[in-house]
Design a protein around this ligand. Structure first.
Ligand code: AMP
Ligand code: MN
Ligand code: MN
Length: 324
């Protein structure tokens, strides 16, 4: 860890204009890690910015996100720091803006990442990019303030499913304890992220459950909500996320799949596993990626054909389980 952190520190020391970016369709960890590092680097006098062209309204209350920019209005800049993005094709930045960077630092926690940049720090044992950023900010010797601490808390909270998932370690809890000591309002963050939804979202949950299809004796639960339904509910693309968990929660479910239509005409497949099936393998075979228990990909072809292929592949993986 320290070797890569030291290399990254040296580049930061000689950089002034620094941009933080994460993956497209940012989650709490993507926003938490980029915005936290933004506050830390501003504290040491850097000309820091976050690039984040679109995000869900649920994250609007987070500090720093409203200052985020969509494009880089400069011919060149010193440094791009990429967080929570396992390959540079999924960064929320155009390749043109990516190429304007003199240096690129990658900080990521995904398994089977595709390394890129001058510094490549990947640690899949940590819960989140926010936990990496927490370590990195400490390494840089920059104190946490209420903003950076709230953001890092958010990233760890969301990527661990509120400390439910197995990626939560004692180190995660120690980091959280230190962030709480900064004086953040964790109750408010939890209320906003875990205990508040719009009525339209409640209706989307109802739709998702209504459309649920059950295969293989309840081991696979699948639901598709088309774009027109989402649009008619007044929900934007980024806010139509998060439905897979409701399917996964049902007793006996090994694999949950939620497919939603997007405004650009593609279909986003969001998968969750109970832990026995490594769904990142499935997502990769369909051109996507992710973790063993949370993975996804984009369907561009006919949903009828693609859905059958997916159900068959899950069926094969489930039959391999029962053979063990
Ligand atoms: P989601 O269901 O959107 O929360 O995605 C779960 C995880 O799957 C993400 O954290 C990503 O690592 C991965 N993922 C989702 N969509 C894609 C994609 N199109 N390509 C690569 N990885 C993806
Ligand atoms: Mn993420
Ligand atoms: Mn993450």
């Amino acid at each position: 860890m320290f070797e890569e952190f030291e290399k990254a520190k040296k580049i930061i020391d000689k950089s002034n204009s620094i941009y933080m970016v994460a993956h497209i369709n940012p989650d709490g960890d993507a926003i938490g890690s980029t915005c936290a590092l933004y506050f830390a680097l501003k504290q040491i006098g850097k000309d820091a910015h976050v690039v984040c062209p679109s995000y869900s309204e649920v994250f609007e209350f987070l500090p720093g996100i409203k200052d985020a920019i969509s494009v880089i209005d400069k011919d060149s800049y010193d440094l791009l720091i990429c967080l929570d993005a396992s390959d540079n094709g999924r960064l929320a930045i155009s390749s043109e803006d990516y190429n304007k960077a003199k240096h690129v630092i990658m900080l990521d926690h995904h398994q089977r990442s595709h390394p890129y940049g001058d510094v490549q720090y990947i640690n899949d044992e940590l819960s989140s990019a926010s936990e990496i950023t927490y370590n990195f900010i400490k390494y840089l010797n920059i104190p946490f303030d209420e903003n950076s601490a709230s953001l890092l808390y958010t990233g760890m909270l969301t990527d661990t499913g509120s400390f439910n998932y197995s990626n939560t370690s004692s180190a995660t809890h120690r980091a959280i304890a230190e962030l709480l000591d900064v004086g953040i309002n964790a109750t408010y963050i939890c209320k906003k992220l875990n205990d508040t939804i719009k009525e339209a979202k409640l209706k989307l949950i109802a739709k998702t459950i209504d459309n649920m299809e059950v295969y293989y004796d309840g081991k696979l639960r699948y639901s598709y909500v088309d774009y027109d339904t989402i649009k008619n509910l007044g929900i934007h693309d980024e806010d139509a996320e998060g439905m897979t968990n409701y399917l996964r929660m049902v007793e006996g479910t090994e694999v949950a799949v939620y497919v939603r239509g997007k405004s650009d005409g593609t279909l986003k497949v969001s998968m969750r596993s109970g832990g026995n099936v490594d769904i990142s393998k499935i997502a990769i075979s369909f051109g996507g990626g992710g973790h063993p228990r949370a993975a996804g990909y984009t369907m561009t072809q006919d949903i009828g054909v693609e859905k059958k292929k997916l159900i068959d592949v899950v069926g094969v993986m489930l039959s391999e389980l029962s053979r063990d």
